[in-house]
Write a protein that binds this ligand. Structure first.
Ligand code: ATP
Length: 953
């Protein structure tokens, strides 16, 4: 046995709900899933609302063992501590900690009750038993029991001895001067002493526990072994077993403790923090990098120095209450324990492909579906048989006569119970598998993030080196050369990232091992179930058989739906994560481009290089743009969108909006080159010195979502042309960045369009929320602040000020007036839908008819990579007329929300014909050929396939 190679074993125990918690109306939020997983649900989450399941702070944790309220003291002991006994008898140290907030059951686990003794007694009994079986040596067992209260040590076996001193001898081992050490010969004796000592332990009632232990109690059992007949000095082996019942880990803010209790809390937390630090540092020491372990921070850690830092096998039993009222403490405890578990890791690259896992779920679902079909056909066959054999109608005929009906019923019930048990088992395992997969994806994404941080640093370092190599020869930047920072020192966040990667890799390995085990168990459970199925006997009545088979079907169907639902959530989550990741990449890319531009500009100016006027103008524009910070605002918007989308990951849109993002047109902000004259005089022509003014000219970018294209569109323009015309808007957001990336290529890729669609969806959500809030503020007048975008009507260049309101503007803000003064920009609209290349502006009817709403989000895997609906790559961008203007001024257009909803009302402008819902759906009743985004007064629904993933109620 090599204790140094042993990782810290962490178990979790979830106690039953207490009477007090039940009285308070608390619900159970901590669940055990499988043998090693615990799920902590968010109590604020509505359990009925399955669609919002991913919005919660629900978290899954994997430990070495998890116990719930059904676990007995014996179960806990066997799984956590029993294996330590052998080591102690062989001369090693072992430590068992009970950790957790006040009232979570630490003392119950360690000390237990008379009828249900805890870890102490069971360990000691086993210890003595082990000693007895090795009868050939001389043994001595002694014990001491102390408490650390407010950073002072008291002897619980002899409290009158006062406060004891902790000393370190010349060999560095810790001694407590004056501590009573009692020699014992059996476990019962120790228990008697313990019970006596426990009465001396500092206990006070707190809000969480009427008999709260306010101190750390340490029971130390020392086993000395001497070989008979050998020299005494040489033949002694000493094994120490520490069993620690820590004080409650709750934070002061979480208790209602005042005065003395609060002071105690501070001490308790100090020693627990020190313990946590030691555990972390020790894990590093065991790993690749040696690290100083500060045991001196508290008495607790000094006392446990030998046990922790030496040849000790250590087990932590974390405790939590399952009650919703203790969510915060439970969460903190789980995180702490989870951290403690992550010690000793070995690095190995093991990046997994998320889509691979998703494909696995698809397989699971199809297997289950096949099974359902098989069972259904079995039932049908049986029923047919029954119909075909009228004589067999009476089931009694088939029942062997020797035991009669009762026997058959009993047997049937037995088999049915077994079957149900087998299915339950399978169900649990399947759920655990899904949870494991979730964990795996989280690990995967976390790791990608950390790898990105490391990659960033590596790149920076390389740049730094290149820069240093260049500097001594050229005297371009003598100042910087002087101020050379020397060897680049790895920043702490990179070190942390490396550490995290290691930890995550270990986690992944562990999760993979767990998964393999689960899969094996699932396979054998399946085998068992099918054997049971075979057993479905001829001796039972056919009615019973049918019932059992129906039960089978039902269980499988439920399971299939459940798995489908989870796989669906998983897909969406992984898509979001991937998207976030890509955005970060683009963000970096944008920063690089900015730097490049600045450097180039510096070079040009410094070297006095003559550049063409047009290029110079463009440089000026882009630098002003950067100075104005519009791009950053856009990125901010995008991150808001993204988080909003994540929160709304279930996408449970109201009926009138659920199809919208996939079939809608939308505008994304682009950097436009605009003529600095005529009707579009741009204030951006003013240099960026007037930043304050500019800020007011560039309100928070927003986005417009339209149902049909503008009536005055001048014809399609390919992305390639458009982007080359407008310049690459690097870093605007994912969709725009993609456009930039594809500037030299064909039209927008399907992937880009999908990503854009996702962005649109989140924006629409934000818009809807803001709108309903705005309506609330307006006192429910039913009059929303919906605006009519100016490019929706032929005369939009001369709008009536009264008609215009901007969602983000102050109520009185007159947008058209601003526009007339040249402060606002026209915007660019393009369609997500496949549009025929028609140079004429399409009528509303034509558009609606020729462009049925796109396909719904399919649940099945598409192309093995993405699960979003396929969007035509033939999509075209339709510019507004302003785009054909000469390219002189680079400017960021304003973009706005326009979402139809049953609840929205607006006052249409005098020159507009409001578009009825049926117009949007493409009814021929509409006489208007003009597009108007006026929202319908009844929910607008696309005709055609508007289905979203089906969700079971
Ligand atoms: N697994 C369990 N089964 C039944 N009852 C339990 C269990 N765990 C704890 N309890 C009960 O919960 C109450 C609080 O438990 P306990 O005193 O062990 O908590 P604690 O974590 O030691 O609290 P403190 O830190 O304040 O000392 C006790 O009445 C105990 O009997």
């Amino acid at each position: 046995m090599e204790p140094r190679d042993q990782p810290l074993v962490v178990a979790l125990r979830i106690r039953p709900l207490s009477d007090t918690e039940l009285e308070e109306g608390a619900t159970v939020i901590a669940h055990k899933v499988g043998d090693q997983m615990a799920v902590l649900m968010d109590p604020d989450e509505d359990p009925e609302d399955t669609l919002r399941a991913h919005r919660s702070r629900e978290k899954t944790f994997i430990f070495d063992t998890v116990f719930d309220q059904h676990a007995s003291q014996e179960d806990v002991y066997r799984a956590t501590t029993q294996h330590l006994v052998e080591g102690v008898v062989s001369g090693y140290n072992a430590t068992v900690f009970a950790y957790g907030p006040s009232g979570a059951g630490k003392t119950y686990t360690m000390l237990g009750m008379d009828a249900e003794p805890g870890v102490y007694l069971r360990t000691l009994s086993d210890l003595f038993r082990a000693i007895e079986t090795r009868g050939s040596t001389d043994w001595g067992v002694s014990m001491s029991y102390l408490e650390i209260y407010n950073e002072v040590i008291r002897d619980l076996l002899n409290p009158s001895s006062g406060f004891l001193d902790l000393r370190e001898d010349s060999r560095g081992s810790i001694q407590i001067a004056g501590l009573t050490e009692v020699s014992t010969s059996n476990a019962q004796e120790i228990m008697h002493l313990l019970t006596k000592g426990n009465r001396q332990r500092t206990q006070e009632p707190t809000a969480a526990n009427k008999t709260s232990s306010r101190s750390h109690a340490v029971l130390q059992v020392t086993v000395r072994q001497r070989s008979r007949g050998s020299d005494l000095a040489e033949g002694v082996r000493v094994g120490k077993l520490f069993m620690v019942d820590l004080a409650g880990s709750e934070r002061a803010s979480q208790t209602q403790n005042r005065g003395k209790r609060r002071k105690e809390g501070a001490h308790i937390n100090r020693s627990l923090l020190a313990l946590g630090n030691c555990i972390n540092a020790l894990s590093e020491k065991g790993g690749s990098r040696a690290q100083y372990v500060n045991f001196r921070d508290s008495k607790l850690t000094r006392l446990l120095k030998d046990a922790l830092g030496g040849n000790s096998r250590t087990v932590m039993i974390a405790h939590i209450s399952p009650a919703s009222t203790h969510f915060e403490e439970s969460r903190t405890t789980l995180l702490y324990a989870y951290r403690a578990k992550n010690i000793k890791t070995r690095v190995k690259r093991n990046l997994l492909n998320v889509s691979y896992h998703i494909a696995q779920y698809t397989d699971v679902i199809s297997n289950l579906r096949r099974e359902i079909e098989h069972l259904k056909s079995k039932i049908e066959k049986q029923e047919e048989e029954k119909r075909g054999e009228p004589g067999v109608q009476d089931a009694q005929v088939r029942i062997p006569s020797h035991d009669g009906e009762e026997d058959s019923c009993r047997q049937m019930n037995k088999i049915r119970a077994q079957l149900v048990g087998a299915f339950k088992e399978q169900l649990e395992m399947r759920r655990s598998l899904v949870e494991l997969e979730n964990t795996n994806i989280e690990l995967h994404v976390d790791m990608s993030r950390h790898l990105l941080t490391i990659a960033d640093w590596e790149r920076e370092k390389a740049q730094h080196l290149v820069h240093r190599d260049r500097t001594p020869e050229g005297d371009e930047e003598p100042a910087e050369a002087d101020g050379d920072e020397g060897e680049s020192v790895e920043p702490p966040e990179v070190a942390v990232a490396r550490e995290e990667v290691n930890t995550l890799l270990a986690e992944q390995r562990k999760a993979a091992a767990l998964k393999a085990g689960l899969e094996r168990r699932l396979a054998s459970a399946k085998e068992k179930a099918s054997q049971l199925e075979q057993l479905l006997p001829a001796q039972a009545s056919s009615e019973d058989q049918r019932e059992v088979l129906r039960l089978l079907c039902w269980a499988h169907e439920l399971e299939a739906e459940n798995t489908e639902l989870r796989a669906d959530g998983l897909r969406r989550r992984s898509l979001l994560w991937q998207k976030d990741f890509v955005i970060r990449r683009y963000h970096q890319h944008r920063r690089l481009c900015e730097q490049l531009l600045r450097d180039q500009r510096q070079l040009i100016e410094g070297g006095g290089i003559a550049v063409p006027k047009s290029l110079d103008e463009r440089y000026g524009l882009i630098l002003r743009e950067l100075g104005a910070g519009s791009l950053n605002r856009l990125l901010l918007l995008h991150s808001v969108m993204s988080s909003s989308l994540r929160e709304e990951a279930s996408w449970d849109w109201p009926d009138d909006r659920k199809d919208l993002p996939w079939g809608a047109q939308f505008e994304l902000p682009l950097m436009l080159l605009e003529e600095d004259s005529g009707g579009y005089t741009s204030s951006q022509a003013t240099p960026s010195k007037t930043l304050g003014k500019q800020d007011s000219l560039l309100p928070l970018p927003s986005l417009r979502i339209l149902l049909t294209p503008p009536a005055h569109e001048a014809g399609p323009l390919s992305v390639k042309n458009l982007v080359s015309k407008l310049g690459a808007p690097a870093g605007l957001d994912l969709g725009a960045s993609r456009m930039a990336a594809e500037a030299g290529g064909p039209a927008l890729s399907a992937q880009t369009l999908k990503e854009m669609a996702m962005s649109t969806k989140s924006i629409a959500l934000i818009a809807a929320t803001r709108r309903s809030k705005a309506q609330d503020r307006e006192g429910g007048s039913g009059r929303s602040s919906l605006h009519l975008p100016e490019d929706m009507a032929p005369d939009s260049r001369d709008p009536s000020p009264a008609d215009r309101r901007w969602p983000h503007a102050s109520p009185g803000r007159d947008r058209s007036a601003e526009k007339a003064r040249g402060k606002l920009s026209p915007s660019l609209t393009w369609s997500m839908q496949t549009v025929t290349e028609n140079p004429q502006p399409p009528s509303v009817e034509h558009v609606a008819k020729s462009q049925p709403p796109p396909a719904p989000l399919p649940l099945t895997k598409s192309s093995g990579k993405s699960f979003l609906p396929a969007v035509s790559t033939a999509s075209k961008i339709k510019p507004s007329p302003s785009l054909h203007a000469d390219e002189k001024v680079l400017r960021m257009p304003e973009v706005t929300f326009t979402l139809p909803s049953a609840t929205w009302q607006s006052s249409p402008g005098p020159r507009r014909t409001p578009l009825a819902p049926r117009d949007i759906r493409g009814s021929t009743e509409s006489g208007s050929r003009r597009h108007s985004p006026v929202p319908p007064s009844t929910p607008c629904k696309h005709r055609g396939s508007t289905k979203r993933p089906r969700r079971p109620q």
